[in-house]
Each structure stands twice: as structure tokens, then as C-alpha cells.
Design a protein around this ligand. Structure first.
Ligand code: ZN
Length: 644
């Protein structure tokens, strides 16, 4: 098996499903990847950091239809949201892959074809629990009810057993090769507890895996058999190959494959630790070094998810604090293998105590003293005394430990060590009381030494913190009058004495705002979650407005659209004629409630086909937390009246 050069490092996040809203959970995974990648870069390694979106599948098809969009239009919107969030979080990825890109689709088809020719993919028949209403096979892990059938987790209806023709991957043939591989590479899955979980699952025996569907259109067609669509998991996992150039930039691919670490949430461990290496073995690719399954940030002790409605919007924090405090909190609070419970109180406590008090004050105090006592420059310093030396030696030990912890993805431990050093520097200033020496001209060199030690220590602290808090670290270096950026100094070059006498110190701005808990929480409760729509107000002209034909419509008939949970088909009298419209309001209103009601409709909107029904207009509704509230007329206004 080919070995990747030690000099090349390749890290990935899962590709995020576009049938979701970006939340703290996605932010967490991506921040971890960014921190590890920045650390590796500082160590002088050539790195590649891949993230992206998973855009195929029935759920995307369905959500798009419910909004009157094409699947790719929905994907484009969500991708924009993810990219904005990565920018706001200061994520520095190298490439953003979308599974709808032609080069990805082509690469997946090529591998599919190769496995088919080899006999690792064969045609058979899949039998499983099928929801007629949602037109999909239930995931295998949906439990059997006592009555002997399964219930669809999406719509709650009873599913039935259906079989359809499909392609299988011969996973059963890879049980032994996988177990051998795990035995030879005990660090393939981390943390170790997850490795045990995987091994015991594989030991129970592996069944062949169905990897295509005939009922899903939104996906990659099977080469030579376009009635079949490649199932999302087989499609999605291969992004790790196509995203690094497989089949379109083989030079890049050869440089970085196999991946050093696939960072994932623990819920998708089985796909990454069992199916993925089996696919790769079958296709003859070298296997990744590590799959790291991190824990979850829970809200009210449960996993955040769109369907539970408990996702936390990262912008609530980002708009007030910027990215560094959030990055710091998520990594400091828990080891990345475990779960943590997210609370705004916990976040604020960390920010006020660790960031504003410990670090922020140290920067402010040290630099202000250099400004006020030494005219912004340490020109001379006496020799290091025993007590001064301690700070330099402690740094040497800290550097070694921090590197080790970063290497080991023990990011919380690295931060703990750095903070214990910050406290040492604070203590050093408290013991040496430089403010008392400032008035005595004969103590100037001594004063210079004390402030030099503090400033030199700060320079190293900023450096070591850079992977986690790049923005604040850069600021500290610029306050210290450094001419180069942190990224221009490698870990090997980092020394305490790299801070030079005579550097012109700038007046520091406060690094972290100190926000009172009550004020923040109150603001958070009352502020509507900012959406992308609200950020940029786009104006239309009066003429454009005048083109829109709004009228009072009367609902003559209403019925649910078969096979959907949200859609209602309406027959609406608009004064001049009857129109058919489809509205996504069934989760709030029953058809009976709507019949006979008068509401606002726009009648000259281009018709859209939704679930096979042509919708000739749209009704207006307020959207709060994804739920519609329709404004009805309580007075008797004539049907068809214009609204201006
Ligand atoms: Zn269903």
C-alpha cells in the first residue's frame, strides 16, 4: 500500500446535508478541522482542508418541492448559508466540494463501474419497509413495532414491505479484510472506545449493502442503467476522493491521498469506519489513517437537529462577540470525543473569566505599562534574575506540551496548558509590581526586564493560541509591533527571545468585550434569529411593486396533497376566475379551516409545478420558526379586490 508523504496532511469534515440549517453542531466539526489544519500549517506541513455539501437524495427533492423550488435551487441557497457561516467563523478551508458538481458525479460513476466489473457490485432485489406516502425505504435501524410492522419516522404512517430491483455492494466479502485492517491499525478509529464499537459490529457479520434506488430521481444515475440512482451514502463518501482531485487533478490527488484524518460526528461512524474502507479496498485505494468521531453539543441534553427544533443559531453569539470567543469556548469546554451541553450562561462565563479577565487584562495591562512608563518601547533591560528566568523556562515546557496535545487532537488540554501559563505571567506581574518602579529612574532597567518578560511571554501565548483564536492572536502580535505575521514563523523557530528590545508597541484596543450575562441573555431572547434575508435589504422600485397583482382571494375548496405532510391544494376564487394553488401550510391549518376564508394572494406569479400540480399563484403568510400564519380578512371585503 502506498504511503503518503509525512509532509502532506489531508483533513476533511463530513459534507453537510443541504436539507438542514447550519447550526452550532456543524460549526463545531468545522472549527475542530480548522484548528488542527492551522496547527499543522504552523508546523511546516503542507496541508489540504476539504469541506462541502451533500446535495442529493429524496429528502432534498421533497423539501425543494414543498418550497416550489428545484432541488438545485434549494441546494444553492443552503450552500450560500454554509459558506457565509464559514467566513464568519474564520474557517480557512482549501476547497468546498458540492456533490452536484459534474466532476464528482463522473468520479463516482467511474468507481461504481469499476466495482461492477470486478463483481463487487451486483444487481439483486432489495426488500425493506417502505413508506408509500413518502415514497421511500425506512432506514434499517427503525425499530419494529410490537404489532409486527414499522412506522415511518417522517410521517408516522404504517410502512409495508416492498421489494425493488437494486444494486448491492458485496460488503459481506470484506468482513475478514476489515477485521485484519483494524487489528493492524488500532488507531484507525479514535477515540479507542469507538474502535471497540466498530470491531464488535463487524464481528457480528456484515450483510451486503443496497447502494441504489429506483424511486429517487435526484441523484447520480447508475452508469448504463439510468433507471437506478446511486444511493446518497455511496455518492457522498466518495467526495473525499473527488474533492482532492480524483479523476480530474491526479497530481493533487496523488499528493494528498490517503486522508490523514476524517473528522466526523459519532452518529456517522459506521459509514466511515466500515462501509468507506470497504469501498476503498474494493476499488484498490490506500486507506485513510484515522477516522475521528467527535461528540455532540447538546441542547437541553438532546442532540441538536432541525426536526427537533432545538438548533442554536451561531449568529446570536457571532454578532456580539465575533468568531474567536465561540471557537475558544467550543474547544475549551469539552474534550472532542465527549458530549457537552451548550448553554449561553456557560459560554458567557468562559468569555468573561478566561478571555476578558485572564488574557484580555494581561494584554491590556502589559502594553499600557510599556506605553505609560517607557514611552511605548522597551529600550533596555537588566539581566534575567532567577524569578524572571522561570517564565522563559516555563514557556519551553509549555511549547513542548502544547505541540503534543495539538498533535493528539487534545485541544482542550492544549488550551488548559496555555491558560496555566497566562496565570503564571499574571502572577509574575503581581509579584514584581512594575508599577511601583516606574517613578524611580534608577530602576528603569529593572522595569524594562519585567515588562520584557511579560511582553515576550505574551508573544508566545498569542502564537500558541493562533490555531484556536487566529484573529486575536494576530492582533496581539500587531500590538507588540511585530513586523511579520504569526504564519511566517514556524513552530521550530518560535522562541521566547524572538521578542526584541526596541519594538514599537501600539496602544491596544480591548480584545474581548465584557458583556453582562443578564444583558446578553435578555437581548438573545428578544432578538429574532437573524436570517440571511434580513442581512441585506434589497429594494425594488415602485414600478416593480406596481407590477405585482395582489388580490383578495376566497378559498372555495381545500384538500391535502397526497403523500406530503405540509402541502394543501387550494381552489381560490380571485374575482375574475378560479385558480389552483399549492401552499405549504398543512402543518398549521387543516383544509376545513381554510375553506370559505378570504386571504391575500398574488395572482401574476409565474406558475410553478409542485408535486405534479400546477400552482397558479401564491397566498401570503407570515413565517415564524418555519411555520406559517395566514392573515385573514375579518371584514367582508369583496372577492377579487385589489391590494395596493
Ligand atoms: Zn412516511
Amino acid at each position: 500500500m502506498a504511503k503518503r508523504s509525512e509532509k502532506a496532511f489531508y483533513i476533511t469534515t463530513p459534507i453537510y446535508y443541504v436539507n438542514d440549517v447550519p447550526h452550532i453542531g456543524h460549526a463545531y466539526t468545522t472549527i475542530i478541522a480548522d484548528v488542527i489544519n492551522r496547527f499543522k500549517k504552523l508546523s511546516g506541513t503542507e496541508t489540504f482542508f476539504l469541506t462541502g455539501t451533500d446535495e442529493h437524495g429524496q429528502k432534498v427533492e421533497k423539501s425543494a418541492a414543498e418550497r416550489g423550488l428545484k432541488p438545485i435551487e434549494l441546494a444553492d441557497q443552503v450552500v450560500g448559508g454554509f459558506k457565509d457561516l464559514w467566513k464568519a467563523l474564520n474557517i480557512s478551508y482549501d476547497f468546498f466540494i458540492r456533490t452536484t458538481e459534474p466532476f464528482h458525479e463522473k468520479g463516482v460513476q467511474k468507481i461504481f463501474q469499476r466495482l461492477k466489473e470486478k463483481g463487487d457490485i451486483y444487481k439483486g432485489s432489495y426488500k425493506g419497509w417502505y413508506c408509500v406516502s413518502d415514497e421511500y425505504f425506512l432506514p434499517e435501524d427503525v425499530p419494529l413495532e410490537e404489532a409486527g410492522y414499522k412506522i415511518c419516522p417522517d410521517c408516522g404512517k404504517q410502512a409495508r414491505i416492498v421489494s425493488e430491483e437494486c444494486y448491492f455492494f458485496k460488503l459481506s466479502a470484506y468482513q475478514k479484510p476489515l477485521l485484519d485492517f483494524y487489528a493492524q491499525n488500532p488507531k484507525f478509529v479514535r477515540p479507542p472506545s469507538r474502535m471497540n464499537e466498530v470491531v464488535s459490529f463487524v464481528n457480528q457479520g456484515l450483510k451486503d449493502l443496497s447502494i441504489t434506488r429506483t424511486s429517487v430521481e435526484w441523484g447520480i444515475p447508475v452508469p448504463g442503467d439510468p433507471g437506478h440512482t446511486i444511493y446518497v451514502w455511496f455518492d457522498a463518501l466518495h467526495n473525499y476522493l473527488t474533492g482532492i482531485g480524483y479523476d480530474w487533478n491526479m497530481e493533487l490527488f496523488k499528493k494528498f491521498w490517503p486522508a490523514t484524518v476524517h473528522l466526523i460526528g459519532k452518529d456517522i461512524l459506521r459509514f466511515h469506519a466500515i462501509f468507506w474502507p470497504a469501498f476503498l479496498m474494493a476499488a484498490g485505494f490506500p486507506l485513510p489513517q484515522t477516522v475521528f468521531g467527535h461528540g455532540w453539543w447538546l441542547k437541553d441534553k438532546t442532540k441538536m437537529s432541525k426536526s427537533k427544533g432545538n438548533v442554536l443559531d451561531p449568529y446570536i453569539i457571532l454578532n456580539t462577540f465575533g468568531s474567536d470567543p465561540l471557537r475558544y469556548f467550543l474547544l475549551r469546554e469539552i474534550p472532542i470525543g465527549l458530549d457537552g451541553n451548550f448553554s449561553h450562561e456557560g459560554f458567557l462565563h468562559r468569555v468573561n473569566s478566561d478571555l476578558a479577565n485572564d488574557l484580555g487584562n494581561l494584554v491590556q495591562r502589559t502594553l499600557t505599562m510599556i506605553q505609560n512608563f517607557l514611552n511605548g518601547k522597551i529600550e533596555e533591560a537588566d539581566k534575567e534574575k532567577e524569578g524572571d528566568k522561570k517564565l522563559r523556562l516555563e514557556f519551553e515546557a509549555l511549547k513542548e506540551k502544547t505541540i503534543k496535545f495539538y498533535e493528539d487532537y487534545a485541544l482542550n488540554r492544549a488550551l488548559e496548558e496555555i491558560w496555566s501559563y497566562i496565570n503564571s505571567v499574571n502572577k509574575y506581574l503581581a509579584v514584581n509590581e512594575p508599577w511601583k518602579l516606574s517613578k524611580d529612574e534608577s530602576k528603569r532597567k529593572r522595569l524594562g526586564r519585567i515588562l520584557y518578560q511579560a511582553a515576550a511571554a505574551l508573544r508566545t501565548i498569542a502564537y500558541l493560541l493562533f490555531p484556536v483564536m487566529p484573529e486575536s492572536s494576530d492582533k496581539i502580535w500587531s500590538f507588540l509591533g511585530e513586523r511579520k505575521t504569526i504564519e511566517e514563523e514556524s513552530f521550530a523557530e518560535l522562541k521566547f527571545e524572538n521578542f526584541k528590545l526596541g519594538q514599537k508597541i501600539k496602544k491596544p484596543d480591548p480584545l474581548f468585550p465584557r458583556i453582562a450575562l443578564k444583558a446578553f441573555l435578555k437581548e438573545e431572547e428578544t432578538r429574532p434569529a437573524p436570517s440571511r434575508k434580513e442581512e441585506k435589504m434589497e429594494y425594488i422600485t415602485f414600478d416593480e411593486f406596481n407590477k405585482m397583482d395582489f388580490r383578495v382571494g376566497e378559498v372555495l375548496k381545500a384538500e391535502k396533497v397526497e403523500g406530503t405532510t405540509k402541502l394543501i391544494k387550494l381552489e381560490v376564487d380571485i374575482g375574475t376566475e378560479k385558480r389552483t394553488m399549492v401552499a405549504g401550510v398543512a402543518d398549521v391549518y387543516s383544509p376545513e379551516e381554510l375553506e370559505g376564508k378570504k386571504l391575500i394572494v398574488i395572482v401574476n406569479l409565474k406558475p410553478a409545478v409542485i408535486r405534479g400540480i400546477e400552482s397558479q399563484g401564491m397566498l401570503l403568510a407570515a413565517e415564524v420558526d418555519d411555520k406559517a400564519t395566514i392573515p385573514f380578512f375579518d371584514k367582508d371585503v369583496p372577492t377579487g379586490a385589489k391590494i395596493k
